[in-house]
Design a protein around this ligand. Sequence first.
Ligand SMILES: *Cc1c(COP(=O)(O)O)cnc(C)c1O
Length: 373
Amino acid sequence: MPILRPTYLEIDLKAIRHNYAVLKTKLKSQSEILSVVKANAYGHGDVEICKTLEKEGCSYFGVATIEEGLKLRQQGIKSKILILSGCGTKYLNVLSENKLTPVISSLYLARHFHENLKKKMSVHIKIDTGMGRLGIHAEKAIQAFEEISTFKNIEVEGVMSHFGQSELPKSERTLSQKKKFQEIVKVASKRFPHIKYYHMANSAALLYDLKMNLDLVRVGIALYGCSPDLSSPNLMKKMNLKPVLQLKTAIWSLKKMPRDSYISYGESFKTKRETMIATIPLGYADGFKRAYSNKGCVLVRGQKAPLVGAICMDLSMIDVTDIPGLCVGDEVVCLGSQGPSEITASDLAQWAGTISYEIVTSFTSRLPIRYKS
Ligand SMILES: *Cc1c(COP(=O)(O)O)cnc(C)c1O
């Protein structure tokens, strides 16, 4: 089907290869990157991203759900796949038939696996060191390992935990989590020498040098060149990480509006002068958030043009009065760079009062993805 609408996500595979290589240099020699590709690789297209990273030597991927893991297997991804966000007790066959590695986050679940597994399965055990989400309480971890070690079909390949605020590496909470996990690693690595992987760090932990010297680092957002930390807008540049995703469209319609005209639904914007309004075919149904209305901007001819009036479901309006000589069809960059200017996922996040993670994972399937290799 031809692409009739000039609106698309452009994914720069060269940038993700670059980021992967840069992030690898930050690891201790014995550790590996587990590339987190949940939520369609943070909106970047999981299959292409996995194929690209596999070629770069990535041998472990992390997804949130069994369905995400299955899709990758069906598309020919051979590397190990860890199901990060837990799984119910019903799908042991699907897991073992597809060589998907589940994270077990309670003793209850471990017992269920034990009672129902007909052959050996590798699992990772999740410990709650202070995130307050999934996982066995840190205080009960060793005792739980003792019991699990008697379950003959459960092979504990990994033990993991997760930070609640690794973007604050010196906070009391972070230090307490780190200490709890390190104590568990110390005891467990003696008692259970077959456990291959201990892991806790995510992107911010790696970038902020929360040195754990463990075996895997689970990197998501940083691979995509987006900042895990809104309060540090230059972090990505400082770390030499490049944005992978751009959102592009083109001017769809262009017209002069007299002074005192309302633009879009409601009365949130009224022209204060004779105004050249360009309409772009992109709206909140694409994941271009309504919260950007009258707050954000886009790039045209390398210059910033403000979004005016409410973002609609399928269309948005920009004020291009100060950028003369435009034509219908001229490129508009809504996330990414054009000439000397750039709009990052953190910028969009700021306008919408959220984080870069939510921006990139909100783009909908109506946006086609074009890959640049
Ligand atoms: C999503 C996720 C990650 C990746 O986090 P980033 O901040 O994107 O690097 C790591 N670990 C777990 C358990 C996750 O769910």
